[in-house]
Write a protein that binds this ligand. Structure first.
Ligand SMILES: Nc1ncnc2c1ncn2[C@@H]1O[C@H](COP(=O)(O)OP(=O)(O)O)[C@@H](O)[C@H]1O
Ligand SMILES: [Mg+2]
Length: 143
């Protein structure tokens, strides 16, 4: 697929950057005039993925989160949220609704379910000890 536009950003693994990432991706997506509903879906999904990179990937350790977005000629926005944190041993289990490794922090275990609900496609690649890449696609309209 031909790329119409792309961006890449990298930021510290601190909670303050969750809001920064969702607004930045939304600002990038707006060029194809998506509906407010579609923009809200993207913001929500990016928030979940970036929060996961910060709280699960890195935990209390310092690190960098990378977010990329590629806009294809087909009008599909392809977003990746990448960390070099602890990784996920069992991806299928992690993606199950209500599964969380942090029940004591009252996490819902619904982050991946939210991403799958609000985006058209979600794929996860992860290597324990090396990090995680969450790729999400959303059709924005005709390019
Ligand atoms: N980037 C990540 N790095 C390491 N583990 C992750 C990452 N994202 C998700 N996980 C694991 O997958 C589980 C489920 O994630 P999620 O559905 O967002 O629920 P929650 O964040 O509420 O625990 C997490 O509890 C965690 O164990
Ligand atoms: Mg989560």
């Amino acid at each position: 697929m031909q790329t119409i536009n792309q961006m890449k950003m990298e930021f510290s693994s601190v909670p303050e950057n969750e809001g920064f990432a969702r607004v930045a991706v939304s600002a990038f997506a707006v060029q194809l005039n998506p509906t407010l509903d579609v923009l809200a879906d993207i913001k929500t999904a990016v928030s979940e993925a970036v929060t996961n990179a910060i709280v699960h990937g890195y935990g209390d350790r310092p690190g960098l989160v990378t977010v990329t977005a590629i806009l294809g000629a087909d009008g599909v926005l392809d977003i990746a949220v990448i960390d070099q944190g602890r990784g996920i041993a069992d991806i299928a289990q992690a993606m199950q609704p209500f599964f969380t490794t942090q029940p004591e922090k009252e996490r819902s275990g619904m982050g991946f379910s939210v991403m799958q609900t609000f985006m058209d496609e979600v794929t996860v690649e992860s290597v324990p000890g090396q990090g995680t890449t969450v790729r999400m696609k959303k059709r924005l309209g005709s390019a």
